[in-house]
Ligand binder design. Structure first.
Ligand code: ZN
Ligand code: ZN
Length: 131
């Protein structure tokens, strides 16, 4: 700021106007920089949270945290006897993780690979991303 304060010995009105103008421009730049910094920081924090969540989803540990059901063809209603991701039939007695929040069952491996790409249920489109 010392650069700005090199005024003439007898500051005229136009001299003061220039000082006020320069200070105003500098203040405007500082405000713009500050707002930009906050917006970019929030955006980056949000993106990092999504990436961290996607990484978590892609791990088998996360899928292991889903509730499980055992496939029983006798009890099935026919609509959920195959995996919507690979279209393969479930084996009787097969342990299947159920997607949250809709409880649609899938193969564990299919679901792990699916969640690496999207947080939406392949059957109904429900999102498991709770922020
Ligand atoms: Zn499958
Ligand atoms: Zn679903």
């Amino acid at each position: 700021m010392s650069r700005v304060l090199t005024q003439p010995e007898t500051p005229s009105l136009s001299g003061w106007l220039i000082v006020i103008l320069v200070v105003g421009v500098v203040a405007a730049f500082v405000v713009i920089w500050f707002v930009r910094h906050i917006v970019l920081h929030r955006r980056r924090a949000r993106r990092e949270a999504v990436i961290a969540f996607a990484t978590q989803l892609a791990s088998t540990d996360f899928v292991a945290g889903f509730p499980r059901c055992t496939f029983d063809p006798a009890a099935g209603d026919g609509a959920t006897d195959s995996c919507a991701i690979c279209l393969g039939q479930y084996e009787p007695g097969e342990e299947l993780p159920m997607f949250l929040p809709c409880f649609h069952p899938f193969h564990a491996l299919c679901l792990t690979q699916w969640l690496a790409r999207t947080t939406l249920c392949p059957t109904c489109g429900a999102s498991t991303f709770v922020s």
